[in-house]
Design a protein around this ligand. Structure first.
Ligand code: AMP
Ligand code: MG
Length: 487
């Protein structure tokens, strides 16, 4: 396959799956494509020439107006359980143009989100507005630099066309880059509307693409389930550790690759409260912060159901095997989370009482509504002096226990603090700042604040560049922060 000048080097392996998995698309015309933001570093990692992408020909590709060599635009079919209810979905406003093979030999989906209607659009217009696409760009890139597996954002372009929401908004297209867009919901779709041969084709494709080591295992399909269970346990533990709330953990938004995908109503928690929900439509709190691990397991059970016919010819035996695998999730999750929490507290070894120590700190943070991110930064920097929490006797007792615990390990105080600096971000995309920079970008055409925040979020563990402006939590407010999906 030949690489062209701008570095596009596409293949279309997904389009070799049976036809029910996708629909070929035609490009929709937009009025006036303009580049808003381009991820230069990501472009380079993908083997793309950033200058070429900035040219009108490059922008036309990012806006879905032209195709690079070997592109084959498709919309992927999938189903999903949305808030517990099963339904047919599919890419309603996204188009996979192909898979970019990078100079390092990796393969990434290149997907244009907001590129127009597809056969799966249902009542939607297939479009996206600038604000939400910039929000996805900002938060997905922040997640990447926090060290959390995620889809990434290569660019946002405006289309020059309006999109009609509650207000008229500028239309935009985000270029999303992901290890793949194979979802739990893709397997549910195959199981519901395909044959066992279709489920097998999808499973084989997934194993080849994401878990090739399983090919030599005696039961690769059970191995696939186990690998996804492990990846999701690790992913959700990482979310919990930074206070990330995905907001819409429907099975169609769970990637088999173990990356975070679908940045709709997600947001980071400021003060620690396990019941936190930001999404305006999540009235029951199904996807609240504290529920994320359990919902993760529920979603994995939906994947397991689809794999039963492949796991063993004897369906009773297959059921038993997948149930045994699912039972591993809570301990896998707990081990990842506990290990992460130990590092956040500068603890390198293990003692049975560590769980109690962590739970007691979280209990106090909840009681005093302490800022989740900053409490760990304060512990890292010994800045536990002036706040209601820090002045409480209960916290002072806890601090003594923690200091004693750290002294019982081999690590020096300096080494322990180094661990903390690698585990406790000083900056996260705080909701009030995200809103502020998006407003400047969309209402005043001022991209500087957004670019500045993007840059700050590229070094979330840099303790040499503490920037109070980006570390300050919002003023307490009576109207809780709300987020929206499908915007
Ligand atoms: P999400 O909440 O982003 O996971 O989206 C759920 C489903 O709605 C997916 O099938 C999306 O492709 C589809 N969808 C969301 N917004 C739109 C839109 N504006 N037009 C068409 N489909 C959409
Ligand atoms: Mg989705």
């Amino acid at each position: 396959m030949e690489k062209n000048d701008s570095g596009w080097n596409l293949e279309n392996s997904y389009a070799k799956l049976p036809g029910l998995f996708y629909t070929p698309l035609k490009l929709e015309t937009v009025s006036d494509p303009k580049l808003v933001i381009l991820n230069q570093l990501l472009a380079e990692n993908l083997g793309l020439d950033a200058e070429a992408l900035r040219s009108q020909a490059g922008i036309d590709i990012l806006a879905g107006q032209a195709l690079p060599a070997n592109a084959k635009p498709i919309a992927q079919a999938y189903a999903g359980h949305q808030f517990g209810y099963f339904t047919m979905l599919g890419d309603g406003r996204a188009m996979l143009i192909g898979e970019q093979l990078t100079p390092a030999g990796e393969r990434f989906d290149i997907q244009l989100k907001g590129s127009g209607k597809t056969p799966y659009s249902r009542s939607g217009d297939g479009k996206a507005a600038l604000g939400p696409m910039l929000r996805e760009y900002l938060i997905s890139e922040a997640m990447h630099y926090l060290g959390i597996p995620t889809s990434r954002s290569l660019a946002v372009v405006t289309t020059g066309d309006p999109v009609y929401r509650e207000k008229i908004l500028p239309g935009a297209v985000l270029t999303r880059v992901a290890a793949s867009h194979i979802r739990v919901g893709t397997f549910e779709y195959a199981a519901q509307w395909g044959t066992t041969a279709d489920v097998k084709a999808l499973a084989d494709y997934t194993i080849n693409r994401h878990f090739p080591g399983l090919l030599s295992e005696p039961n690769p399909y059970l191995g696939l389930l186990d690998a996804v269970i492990k990846a999701q346990a690790a992913l959700i533990a990482k979310w919990q550790l930074v206070g990330f709330i995905h907001g819409v953990m429907n099975t169609d938004n769970v990637a088999i690759s173990g990356e975070t995908i679908d940045y709709g109503p997600c947001a980071f928690m400021d003060h620690y409260d396990p019941t936190t929900v930001f999404s305006s439509i999540d009235l029951q709190g199904r996807y609240a912060y504290r529920n994320q691990p359990n919902i993760g397991l529920w979603n994995l059970a939906r994947l397991a159901e689809t794999l039963i016919p492949l796991v063993d010819d004897n369906q009773q035996q297959a059921l038993k095997l997948v149930e045994d695998s699912l039972r591993n999730f809570p301990s896998l999750y707990q081990a990842d989370w506990l290990q992460g929490m130990r590092l956040k507290l500068g603890i390198a070894d293990q003692e049975p009482e560590d769980e109690r120590l962590i739970a007691d700190l979280l209990g106090l943070m909840k009681q005093y509504q302490a800022d989740y991110t900053n409490t760990f930064v304060d512990l890292t920097l010994d800045r536990t002096q002036s706040s209601e929490l820090y002045e409480s006797d209960a916290f002072k007792d806890w601090l003594d226990r923690w200091q004693a615990r750290r002294e019982r390990q081999e690590q020096t105080d300096h080494d322990s603090k180094q661990l903390m600096k690698q585990a406790n971000p000083v900056v996260i995309p705080r909701n009030h700042q995200v809103e502020k920079v998006l407003q400047a970008a969309t209402d005043q055409d001022d991209l500087k604040p957004l670019q500045q925040l993007v840059a700050v979020l590229q070094a979330p563990y840099d303790y040499n560049a503490l920037n109070q402006e980006f570390m300050t939590p919002p003023e307490p407010s009576n109207s809780p922060y709300k987020t929206y999906c499908g915007t």
